[in-house]
Design a protein around this ligand. Structure first.
Ligand code: TRP
Length: 354
């Protein structure tokens, strides 16, 4: 074998309401990838403790992300959908990776610096070690492809560094087990137990910005609910938020060039394009020269068309938490079997007695 078997893994934290940016940026990609790939999608509840320890509604949050996965069309029978805490092997491999990763590597993580803020001494040790757990999430299945947003790229590079160091440091122990694969990293031949994960970043996903400020990302932590479209918003809420979305007084341009310096127009055109699965140029070919008073109603109709069925299905699923829990339990069981196989191999490579 000269290549790892392709396997897609991704995770979403059960914190805050999912919004349009999460749907277009992540969940819709997950749905598309399941057509031609073996996929594992995880609600990363252990990660949710890193920034805030106590969550009033942890179980509801976990179920709501799961409901969004299912409502968007992820098939939990063909693939695996589960919550991270049901598979303790993630935390176990993360410990080993804590001993592989170097403190200097962690100190470079920009997300830690952002999230820890000024008072770094008060950040949890978990927040600091978070990228090591993320690497373990992926590598405990020896997954090869990870759909994520741009903001997670640095964490995936760290996952590659961890995999590489493990492969190199244990090379002499991996070879006799027959568990490794000869791969090339750049031009360098490496006998690898863990694959070099590839981010899947491009694709149809636009950067979805706030409806109130086209220069800020759409975010669950924005104090104004009018700044985002939540997946749980009904038709009335969607239409109100788009009607009230910030714009400028000019008509839409007919070329994408004309969106430069018009962040709000650019954002709404980008959202339309993503929802319709078209390019911004296509959208402008249709709406160039039109006022927002014409464009906004069309965007409302499209957004409601795409999101209302997902919204209805999420609500239906949330009324049957026992069903959601059964899906997670089944996924957890299948994930655990795969993860335990990896852990046994890792234990053998390290030389732990079992
Ligand atoms: N860190 C990711 C985020 O905040 C979530 C995550 C955790 C993840 N583990 C993962 C994403 C593994 C991809 C693969 O968005």
């Amino acid at each position: 074998m000269t290549e790892f078997k392709p396997l897609v893994f991704s995770g979403v934290q059960p914190t805050g309401n999912l919004h349009l940016g999460n749907y277009l940026g992540a969940i819709r990609k997950f749905v598309a990838l399941q057509e031609n790939n073996d996929c594992i999608y995880c609600v990363v509840d252990l990660h949710a403790l890193t920034a805030q320890l106590v969550h009033e509604d942890m179980a509801t949050q976990i179920r709501s992300i799961t409901a969004a996965f299912l409502a968007a069309g992820i098939d939990p029978k063909k693939h695996i959908v589960f919550n991270q805490s049901q598979v303790p092997q993630h935390a176990e491999l993360a410990w080993i990776f804590n001993c592989v990763a170097r403190i200097g590597w962690m100190n470079r993580m920009t997300q830690f610096k952002d999230k820890a803020g000024k008072d770094r001494e008060q950040a949890s040790l978990g927040l600091y070690a978070y990228p090591s757990l993320m690497a373990a999430d992926i590598l405990v299945y020896r997954a090869t492809h990870v759909p994520v947003g741009e903001d997670q790229k640095q964490h995936l590079e760290l996952a590659r560094d961890i995999a590489m160091k493990f492969n190199m440091d244990f090379a002499d122990k991996i070879r006799p087990t027959g568990l490794g694969i000869d791969i090339k990293v750049g031009d360098e031949p490496v006998h690898a137990y863990f694959p070099m994960v590839e981010p899947l970043i491009d694709g149809p996903a636009p950067r979805v910005m706030s409806l109130k400020d086209g220069t800020k990302k759409m975010s669950k932590s924005d104090p104004s609910d009018l700044s985002r479209i939540n997946l749980m918003d009904d038709q009335d809420a969607i239409s109100k938020k788009i009607r009230k979305a910030k714009t400028d007084p000019d008509a839409l341009p007919s070329e994408t060039e004309g969106l430069k310096g018009r962040p709000e127009a650019d954002n709404l055109v980008g959202i339309f394009a993503a929802l319709a699965d078209k390019s911004k140029a296509d959208v402008l070919a249709e709406f160039g020269g039109q006022q927002f008073s014409v464009f906004k109603p069309a965007l409302i109709e499209l957004a409601v068309d795409v999101l209302a069925p997902i919204n209805a299905e999420m609500r239906r699923l949330m009324e049957d938490p026992a069903h959601i829990d059964a899906v997670l339990r089944d996924g957890g069981e299948r994930a655990r079997a795969r993860a335990e196989k990896t852990m046994n191999e890792v234990r053998d490579i390290i030389g732990f007695v079992r």
